[in-house]
Structure formats: C-alpha cells, structure tokens
Design a protein around this ligand. Structure first.
Ligand code: IMO
Ligand code: MG
Length: 427
C-alpha cells in the first residue's frame, strides 16, 4: 500500500473521516498533522456514531496506531474527553495513541481570545469555531507558545505560562475590558492534565521514521479543507494552519519523499461553515434541500452549513496546490432525488474567464459562476456496490467532475457507513 495523504479539497466537511476510515483498512498508522479541535470528524460503524475532534478516527481499528503530529494544536481537555468517550464505547487507545511532544497546546488564553476577537470584529468576524486555534498558532509563530512536552515539567511550563499570561492578560484587560486569567490556576490545571496525557507523549518524528523504515503504511489525515488554508484559501476567512498536502510532511516530521499519493476528498456538491465568500452558494430552497438531505449541520459548532453546487474552480485550485493524484467523491447519494444538477465549470470576473478561485477576496466577490446543467438520476444509489451498478446519469456526473478538475476518481462514497464505499481505482 502507498503512503497516502488524505485532504479536504473544498471548505472542510468533505467527509474526510469516512474516507480515512475506509482507507485505514490497509494502513498501519494514521497521522493527524494540522488543525485542532476545530475539526469535527463523524464516523459511523455498525450504526454506532463516533465524533472526533482531535484523535484520528483510525483509533476505532484495534490493530492501528494513531499519531497526533507536531503541526496540530492540542487541547488536552478535549483529548482526554475523547479518550473517555472511547472507553465508554469499549475502545482503548492506550499504547496505540501517540502525541507529539512538540505539538503546541491550546490554553484557556487562546479560546478566550478567539471569542473576544470575534465579538469585537462584529460584522467582520471570521465565524471561527471559538476553539482557540488562531491565537494558539499565533503564539507558536510568535515563539511564546507552550508545547505538549512542557506540560510534563513545571520548570518548563511555569516560565512559558507566565510570559503568555503577561501578554494576553494585558490584552484582555486593556483591549477587551475582560477579566485576566490567573497563570497559577493554569499552571496547576495543565500540570495535572500533563500527568494524564504523559503516557501518550513521544518524539513523533523518531517514531514515524522507525515505522517508515520497517515498511509500515501511513495515512496522513488532513483537517479542514484547501480553501480554508491560511495561504491558499479565501484569506482572511480561513483557518490558521496550512491544510494542504505539503504540510503533512511539516506537521508530522517526515520528509516529503515519504508520501506516494494525495487523495483529495470532494463532496459531490459544496458546503461552507463560517463567514466569507462562497460563489456557488444557494440561498434558496435548493440550498435548503441539500442541507436537509445532506444533514449539513456542523459537527463542532452545530451551525447550519451553507450549501451550493459543485464548484470546479475551487477543486481545480485544490488539484494544483495539493498535487492531487485521486479524488474521493463523497455524498453522491445526497443528489439522488434532484431532477437536474448544476456544476460550476468556471467563473467570469470583470469580463474575464477564470478557471481557478482567485486569491484576492474582493475579486472572489466579483466572480459570477457559470453553470452547466446535467440531468439527475432519480434513483437510490445508497446500496450500489460497484461502478457498474451506479445509474448511468450518476456515472456521467462523476465523469464530468473528474474531467473538469483533471484528476481520476479513486473512490466514491454513497452513505455514512463503511460498506457504502465504492473503490474505482486507488492504484
Ligand atoms: P473539518 O476538519 C469546516 C472554519 C470555521 C471558520 C474558519 C476559521 O471538520 O472539515 P477556526 O476555528 O479554524 O479559526 O475557524 O474555518 N472551519 C471549518 N469549517 N470544517 C472544519 O473542519 C473547520 N474547521 C474550521 O467555520 O469559518
Ligand atoms: Mg467536519
């Protein structure tokens, strides 16, 4: 089996966890490499539903190892909550979950700041998940962050929290008229959390090097999506990490030569949570129908997801910046009852044809999507077992998507269950 990166190719919520869960069957190690508890991954196995924010969904396979890499921002409270939830469902991550000692820690300063900033921004708010992701990555880059390894040693933790408290408490009180957070309380609580996660903490780059050397197969599980990438997305309406495939290498501590395939997960239509431009958004009853049938409500915040038709300029951008080798097209079944289906093939902006979503926000706002209409298939695809069994109009739709973005189809998903997956060509 090749080592694969699986990433979102739109604005997140493409069904990455479902695809990872399926591809995990032939892998040994599953690695998260960026983002934090802003992600919400739902996996359904034998009618039991699991929602993960931090722990890779591969943890449900008892013979697999799961890694949280250095590129992730880790909230230890959430991590322990997920571990407990797994215990109640009879799954034991002990000995199989590994957390990088150089991943950064999300502290109460970060989630508080995230919310205060959003409130103050008013109409210009990003619509973040409020999980402290942006402030934690800012502190990392600003070199005042706390790392997982620091939680295991008061001598390391204390001076770092004191610096962070000095910076953020000043911000809280003078800019936001908010209460300061006592660093002593944070130090005590996080040393205690450190003791609880200590058995999972390791040097991940050394561990993964050993796994690669011994011929083990890795899957790198992305969170969010390409158009939420801090560089390639609709900045500033993005998350604060690099969500693209190249970051799998940086955020896990493996060289780029370890990666053989890049699987781009794409929903058969488009959704977005949070604010920012969305050229193919449907604000009518068609959008409502997609939301209802697709159960498009956020796994992390419960917000309504904005819905629209498939947007080729978005996925083309993902093809380019990730070097996609395969598409995993999800939620095809959501389109089963639509008489006609539209695909945005390109945009027109200031009289010019655009094949890619542009980088400048104001330009995205001036883009008019140009659609092509395909006939629907009006039949239930949820129990199809092969390409041949799919209705002919569904095959035409899928082929058109693949042709428009110039990437072959690797697999298709037609329902939340593991067995509702069709492999087309994962070579
Ligand atoms: P998964 O992994 C969809 C969005 C937020 C907001 C923006 C910034 O489930 O696909 P942040 O809290 O990251 O600073 O918020 O990014 N966002 C997501 N949207 N799926 C996600 O993750 C997301 N994680 C963050 O809604 O617009
Ligand atoms: Mg999600």
């Amino acid at each position: 089996m090749p080592n694969r990166v699986v990433i979102g190719s739109q604005w997140g919520d493409e069904g990455k966890a479902k695809v990872v869960d399926f591809l995990t069957l032939d892998a040994d190690v599953i690695v998260r490499f960026q983002g934090g508890a802003n992600a919400g991954h739902t996996v359904k196995v034998e009618n039991k539903e699991f929602v993960f924010h931090l722990i890779p969904s591969g943890i449900m396979h008892e013979d697999k190892l799961c890694v949280i890499g250095n590129g992730v921002v880790l909230d230890p409270v959430q991590t322990l909550r997920e571990i407990e939830d797994l215990h109640t469902k009879g799954i034991y991550p002990e000995g199989r979950l590994i957390i990088a000692n150089n991943a950064h820690v999300v502290l109460p300063y970060h989630s508080t700041l995230d919310k205060l900033k959003e409130l103050k921004a008013g109409k210009a708010a990003i619509g973040t998940t409020g999980r402290g992701i942006g402030p934690c990555y800012s502190d990392k880059v600003n070199r005042i962050g706390v790392r997982v390894g620091d939680l295991l040693d008061e001598k390391e933790l204390r001076p770092r929290v004191e610096v962070m408290a000095a910076v953020h408490n000043e911000e809280f009180t003078s800019l936001y008229d908010a209460e300061p957070i006592d660093p002593e309380v944070v130090i005590k609580e996080y040393l205690d959390l450190g003791q609880k996660i200590a058995p999972y903490v390791k040097d991940v780059c050394e561990f993964l090097y050993g796994q690669l050397k011994s011929g083990k197969h890795l899957i790198f599980e992305g969170a969010q999506g390409t158009i939420l990438d801090v560089d390639q997305g609709t900045y500033p309406f993005v998350t604060s990490s690099n969500t693209v495939a190249g970051y799998a290498s940086c955020g896990a501590g493996v060289g780029p030569t370890a990666i053989d395939q890049v699987v781009g997960v794409v929903k058969a239509y488009t959704t977005r949570v949070g604010n920012g431009p969305f050229p193919t958004e449907l604000l009518d009853d068609v959008g409502d129908k997609l939301r209802k049938i697709g159960n498009e409500y956020g796994a992390t915040t419960g917000r309504n997801r904005r819905c629209g038709w498939f947007d080729a300029p978005v996925v083309r951008k993902a093809t380019i910046v990730n070097g996609l080798t395969h598409l995993a097209i999800t939620k095809l079944d959501v389109l089963d009852t639509f008489k006609e289906i539209q695909i945005c093939t390109h945009y027109v902006c200031d009289g010019e044809k655009l094949n890619l979503i542009p980088n400048q926000l104001s330009k995205v706002g001036r883009c008019t999507p140009v659609y092509e209409t395909l006939p629907g298939w009006n039949s239930d695809t949820t129990s199809c077992k092969s390409w041949e069994e799919l209705p002919s109009n569904a095959k035409k739709y899928l082929q058109r998507l693949s042709e428009l973005v110039d990437v072959k189809i690797g697999m298709i998903s037609i329902g939340a269950r593991r067995d509702q997956s069709i492999i087309i060509d994962m070579e």
